[in-house]
Design a protein. Structure first.
Length: 278
């Protein structure tokens, strides 16, 4: 974690991490400390990562990830039932859902935070994830472990937001406020989508994939779609001994005005101008 960041989780988590190989569900004192730490994640009083408004960088609370990993050591397998559905797992389902709309078929695990105003269609949200207010997790979308989703985000149908718990220093996926992620897109391996960005359907973005401005041909970044732009998946040619092949990239088609609303008709026009289907 950042040297200037003081984790709200107890230092005891670090001590337990050092002797994690010895822990089991029989260690009641350790289990109490670990459950208390994950409860802070569940209620949003702590989080695995966030964007530092001063530097614009991502701050990761390693202690929070350790608490999650430790929970798998000290929680035993428990059978549970929701309606006709039977479960057998170490991590229970989330129960604190005040102000959250949860459509039947949606699953959220304990240790994930869902802010008031979140809408979960039939979808899956894993432990350690943080989903801020006004965001919709649409049908069959997944929010992976420790992923951080901002305010008023739309994760469209079938979107896959990757998770990360190990290695300990790995940065989670970050989707910032007001972003729109198109259907069946995959945002994985610590990739980041900036504020107000629109990511077209079927785009694959990982930490190593180049993001290119089509106007200049400049490679803007690796794995980071900038704020307020329209981006889609693409390929760029690369020579190999066996021939020329297309490697994946993400193309920035247009820069948006900060605060510009995501008008579907306007976005479709942007795609058509570049020979893409709406």
């Amino acid at each position: 974690m950042s040297q200037s960041y003081e984790s709200p989780l107890p230092v005891a988590i670090d001590e337990l991490w050092e002797r994690r190989a010895e822990l089991s569900p029989d260690d009641t004192e350790a289990r109490g400390a670990i459950v208390g730490a994950v409860d802070l994640l569940d209620t949003g009083k702590a989080r695995v990562a966030f964007v530092d408004p001063a530097s614009g960088g991502v701050v990761v609370d390693e202690r929070a990830k350790r608490a999650i990993l430790l929970s798998f050591r000290v929680l035993g397998m428990v059978r549970s039932q929701v309606g006709d559905f039977h479960h057998n797992d170490r991590i229970p389902l989330k129960t604190s859902l005040e102000g959250v709309r949860v459509v039947p078929g949606a699953i959220a695990r304990w240790g994930s935070y869902l802010a008031p105003g979140v809408v979960l269609m039939p979808s899956y949200t894993n432990i350690g994830a943080y989903v801020d207010s006004g965001t919709m997790v649409d049908t069959w979308a997944t929010v992976g472990s420790c992923a951080q989703i901002g305010r008023n985000v739309h994760l469209s149908g079938g979107v896959g937001i990757g998770g990360v718990l190990e290695p300990p220093n790995a940065v989670p996926v970050i989707v910032e406020d007001e972003a729109l992620i198109g259907s069946r897109s995959m945002i994985v391996e610590g990739a980041r989508v900036g504020t107000g960005a629109v990511v077209g359907a079927g785009t694959i973005l990982s930490a190593s994939i180049p993001v290119i401005d089509v106007t200049t041909g400049e490679e803007i970044s690796r794995g980071h779609v900038p704020d307020w732009c329209v981006a889609v998946g693409g390929t760029r040619p690369k020579e190999f001994p066996g021939g020329t092949f297309g490697l994946p990239c993400v193309l920035v088609l247009k820069r948006l005005e900060p605060g510009q609303r995501h008008d579907k008709a306007e976005l479709n026009d942007v795609l058509r101008q570049h020979g893409l289907n709406a």
